[in-house]
Design a protein around this ligand. Structure first.
Ligand code: ARG
Length: 464
């Protein structure tokens, strides 16, 4: 006769009255943590295999439990499993079902462990896999940016500071700036794997266990590098959650910066890029509209990932050791940030496949705002043995003159230039050419077409 036949919680032997129904419902996390079912079953199987190896449970009981757990996995996959919020979370739901399937021997599954170490074990395994999944999406994102860059090495656009035209740059160079950002994101996620490779299983409630368990064995079987060192820290630690939420937040920032730039460039005032029909939406009243909603979605969602990070920081601040119910929210925050960053990266990839630069407009705009002034100053330093500050002054005079005449630098005649600085000769006119300006930015990491081509090659080689 199975004792756990009703919906009674497994611990309801000392606590005689049922938890108040409102808290049972609200305090239950099953709707959230059922996402951990595969990891929970995997870890429980390894746990009982270890218990058998250590002669803590018999071969027969081990087999029974493993068989029951495999059956439960199938039931959940086939959507034949009845999740019950009265049973609080995924761990208790599975354990309760195990009792129904294999009887009282199910009670051996929880020997030498607690839900406190169980939940973090599941969660770390899940996060490891999900972190690798995100790294995969970031790789795809990098590839599509590089593809766009390859097509736009020779596309000249204005580089901005303060959103004022600053200096002409290759559009590819601009795009590759984002490759650097997303590569740093990737590295951040990769670095997080280090902490995710420490095995919490066996810390039990907080003190370790009286049983002669083998934590190295479970580490190996669950693909952890080693067991955690301190059982109290193990069940209290959620630094790995913060790391993940922070990494998602930084990645979201990068996505939002690109989104914002594209929104500006796509505006009627800028017209630097065009979004294809696939990534714009219409207005319910203004028939002419093609709105960049997809980009606005990306920009907006950044708030969500910051919110999750701040929630977790706040939950942990001042929380005594070791386990408290407060910690249960960690999974909701992480799952939500994961879903969001995954969606955002996938949407961004879609946008990058469905936009085109307005090359003509980019070129025109790059030639507005005296963007080759720095080239002129540099030229004067190089050719007339003048210090940069002096050259800067001469250039300012020339820009002021052009501005007063309402003409561009490349529309100035040599005569006009000589009036301001008699030393100048015909050569100077080349300096105002946008392509020449870009070509001369040869310093490592600069925008010269040659540099950009080399960088693309380097990225492609590295991402193979
Ligand atoms: N559902 C719980 C959580 O995610 C599992 C740990 C429960 N431990 C406890 N002592 N109540 O935090």
């Amino acid at each position: 006769m199975v004792e756990n036949k009703n919906n009674k919680a497994i611990w309801n032997t000392r606590i005689k009255k049922d938890t108040s129904s409102i808290f049972k419902k609200i305090g239950s996390s099953i709707d959230i943590d059922k996402r951990l079912f595969k990891e929970d079953i995997q870890a429980s199987i390894v746990h009982v295999e270890m218990l058998f190896k250590q002669k803590i449970i018999s071969f027969k009981i081990k087999n029974k439990i493993v068989w029951g757990l495999n059956r439960i996995r199938n039931e959940i996959i086939k959507k034949k499993f009845n999740f019950n919020y009265n049973l609080e979370d995924i761990h208790m739901n599975i354990e309760k079902r195990l009792f129904e399937i294999v009887g009282e021997d199910a009670g051996y599954v929880h020997t030498g462990r607690s839900r406190n170490d169980q939940v973090i074990t599941d969660f770390k395994i899940w996060l490891r896999n999900s972190t690798n999944e995100i790294i995969g999406y970031l790789n795809n994102l990098e590839k599509i940016i590089i593809k766009n860059a390859e097509k736009n090495v020779g596309t000249t656009m204005p580089g901005f500071t303060h959103l004022k035209n600053a200096q002409p740059v290759s559009f590819a160079h601009y795009l590759l700036a984002y490759v650097e950002m997303f590569r740093r994101d990737k590295k951040r996620f990769q670095n997080n794997l280090e902490n995710l490779l420490e095995n919490p299983l066996g810390a039990a409630a907080l003190a370790g266990t009286n049983f002669n368990i083998d934590r190295n064995y479970t580490s190996k079987k669950l693909k952890f590098k080693n067991p955690t060192n301190n059982s109290i820290d193990t069940v209290s630690d959620r630094d790995f959650v913060l790391d993940f939420l922070y990494s998602v937040s930084v990645c979201s920032i990068h996505i939002s910066r690109l989104a914002e730039e594209f929104i500006i460039w796509n505006s009627d005032a800028f017209r630097l890029i065009k979004l294809s029909d696939k990534v714009v939406t219409g207005s319910s009243i203004m028939p002419q509209k093609r709105n960049p909603d997809t980009l606005e979605y990306l920009r907006g969602k950044t708030g969500n990932s910051f919110g999750n990070l701040f929630s977790m920081l706040t939950i942990l601040k001042g929380l005594p050791l070791s386990y408290f119910k407060d910690l249960q929210d960690d999974k909701e925050l992480v799952f939500n940030s994961f879903d969001q960053i995954k969606n955002s990266i996938l949407i961004l990839i879609e946008i990058l496949k469905n936009f085109s630069p307005n090359k003509k407009r980019m070129y025109e705009l790059a030639n507005i705002g005296y963007t080759t002034s720095t080239d002129l100053a540099d030229y004067i330093v190089k050719n007339y043995e003048l210090p940069f500050r002096k050259a800067y002054q001469i250039t300012s005079k020339i820009v002021n003159y052009a501005e007063s005449k309402n003409i561009k630098l490349n529309e100035l005649t040599l005569k006009e230039l000589k009036k301001i600085e008699p030393k100048l000769n015909e050569d100077i006119l080349k300096v105002f050419n946008l392509e020449n300006s870009i070509k001369s930015k040869k310093s490592y990491g600069g925008t010269s077409f040659e540099n950009v081509k080399k960088m693309i090659k380097k990225y492609k080689k590295e991402s193979k």
